[in-house]
Ligand binder design. Structure first.
Ligand SMILES: NC(=O)c1ccc[n+]([C@@H]2O[C@H](COP(=O)([O-])OP(=O)(O)OC[C@H]3O[C@@H](n4cnc5c(N)ncnc54)[C@H](OP(=O)(O)O)[C@@H]3O)[C@@H](O)[C@H]2O)c1
Length: 336
C-alpha cells in the first residue's frame, strides 16, 4: 500500500509517497481504508518543521475518515464496512485530559497520522460517522470540530441566549459558528474579508466585523452588545488578539484558549478576568467521548461541515499551500 512520509530536501519540506506493507490489526485493533483526510493549521506547522527533531519519515495528518476493512481479535463494536473517523488523540478515550495522551496525537511528533491508504488503530479510538455525512465531510471533524465542541459546549456550557465571538473564518471558527447557530446563541464573527463575512452571515453570524477595516474590533463588539461583551470567546489568534479578547469578554464569560494564528506565547494582562469574574478554558482538541457527543449533535441539527476544496492525496502539497494562502472558506480535504 501507499503511505506518505514527511521529509525535508534541500531545506524544503516535502511529502514522499512510499510503498509499505499493509498493516495487520492485532488484538483490540481495527484496520481502516482511508477515504478522505483534512488539513488543519497544525499540519502547516508540522510540515514547516519536517526534517527537524525526528519528523523525517512520519506520516502526517490527524484527520481522516474511511471504511473498516479488517478487524483484530476481541473487537465487538465494529464490523467490516462500518464508516468511521479517527479521534485526534489515539489514547484519550474519555474522562479528563492527561499529559501522557499528547504523544498519541495522530500525525504529531511520535505517532503516525492518516495520510496512508490503510491505517490500524485501537477500536476504542474510532467514532462512527453520522449517517447524514459523507466521508469527505466526516474527515473534517477530528481536530477543528472536536476542539470547538470541547471548548464551547463540553467545558464552556454555551447555550441559547449566549453570545459567541469567533476570530476569523478558519476551521475551528466555522464549527463554533455553526454550533452557536444551532443552539440559538448569537454569533459575532471577525474576518479580514467582507466576502467571507457575507458567507459567515449565511451560516448564522449576526454581527460581522472586518478586522482589517476595524482593527479596534473589541470596541465595535462592545458597542454591538450594548457594553455587555461576549459570554464565550474562541481565542484563536494568540498574542495578536488576546488583549482584545480580554477586553471583549462579558461578566462571568469564558475565553476558550485555543489558537496560535499570530504566534505562540500570549502575555496578556489578565487583571480584567478578575474584575469581570471571567474564566479561561484551555483546550487541546478533545476525547473520543467528546467526538461521539458532538456527532450526535451534528445529527440532531443536520449540520454539514463547510468544505472548501478537495485535492487528491498526490496533490497534497498544493493543498497545504492553499491552506497557507488564507483564501479559503471552510475545510480543505484530500481524497485517495
Ligand atoms: N488547542 C487546540 O487543540 C487546537 C485545535 C485546533 C486548532 N488550534 C489552533 O487554532 C487556530 C485556528 O486553527 P484552524 O485550523 O481553524 O486554522 P485555519 O483554518 O488555518 O484558520 C485561519 C483563519 O484564521 C483567521 N485569522 C488569522 N489571523 C487572524 C487574526 N489576527 N485575527 C482574527 N482571525 C485571524 C483568518 O480568517 P479570515 O480569513 O476570515 O480573516 C484565517 O483564514 C490555529 O492557531 C491552530 O493551531 C488549536
Amino acid at each position: 500500500m501507499k503511505a506518505y512520509h514527511l521529509n525535508s530536501h534541500a531545506g524544503a519540506a516535502r511529502l514522499e509517497p512510499v510503498e509499505v506493507g499493509r498493516p495487520e490489526p492485532g488484538e483490540g485493533e481495527v484496520r481502516i481504508r482511508v477515504e478522505a483526510t483534512s488539513l488543519n493549521y497544525r499540519d502547516l506547522i508540522t510540515l514547516d518543521r519536517a526534517g527537524q527533531s525526528g519528523l523525517n519519515g512520519r506520516v502526517p495528518l490527524s484527520d481522516g475518515a474511511g471504511i473498516v476493512d479488517a478487524i483484530g481479535s476481541n473487537v465487538a463494536q465494529w464490523h467490516v464496512g462500518d464508516r468511521v473517523a479517527a479521534s485526534f488523540f489515539r489514547d484519550w478515550v474519555s474522562g479528563p485530559f492527561k499529559s501522557s495522551y499528547v504523544s498519541s496525537s495522530l500525525g504529531g511528533n511520535t505517532t503516525d497520522g492518516m495520510l496512508a491508504e490503510y491505517v490500524v488503530l485501537p477500536a476504542a479510538a474510532l467514532v462512527a460517522v453520522p449517517a447524514h455525512l459523507s466521508l469527505v465531510e466526516a474527515a473534517t471533524l477530528p481536530c477543528a470540530a472536536v476542539t470547538a465542541w470541547h471548548g464551547l459546549i463540553a467545558r464552556g456550557g454555551m447555550c441559547r441566549g449566549d453570545t459567541l465571538l469567533v476570530q476569523g473564518t478558519g476551521g475551528v471558527a466555522l464549527f463554533g459558528l455553526q454550533f452557536a447557530a444551532a443552539l440559538g446563541a448569537r454569533a459575532i464573527v471577525i474576518s479580514s474579508s467582507d466576502e467571507k463575512l457575507a458567507r459567515a452571515k449565511a451560516l448564522g453570524g449576526s454581527t460581522l466585523i472586518n478586522y482589517r477595516d476595524t482593527p479596534d474590533w473589541d470596541v465595535a463588539l462592545m458597542k454591538a452588545t450594548d457594553g455587555k461583551g461576549a459570554s464565550h470567546i474562541l481565542e484563536l489568534g494568540g498574542p495578536g488578539t488576546y488583549d482584545r479578547s480580554l477586553r471583549s469578554v462579558a461578566s462571568g464569560g469564558k475565553i476558550v484558549q485555543i489558537g496560535v494564528l499570530t504566534g505562540f506565547g500570549p502575555k496578556p494582562d489578565l487583571a480584567r478576568l478578575q474584575w469581570e469574574n471571567a474564566d479561561i478554558i484551555g483546550v487541546t482538541v478533545g476525547s473520543v467521548e467528546h467526538f461521539t457527543a458532538m456527532s450526535s449533535f451534528l445529527t440532531e441539527h443536520a449540520i454539514h461541515p463547510v468544505v472548501d476544496r478537495i485535492y487528491g492525496f498526490d496533490d497534497l502539497l498544493d493543498a497545504y499551500e492553499h491552506l497557507r494562502s488564507g483564501s479559503r472558506f471552510g475545510k480543505i480535504v484530500a481524497t485517495l
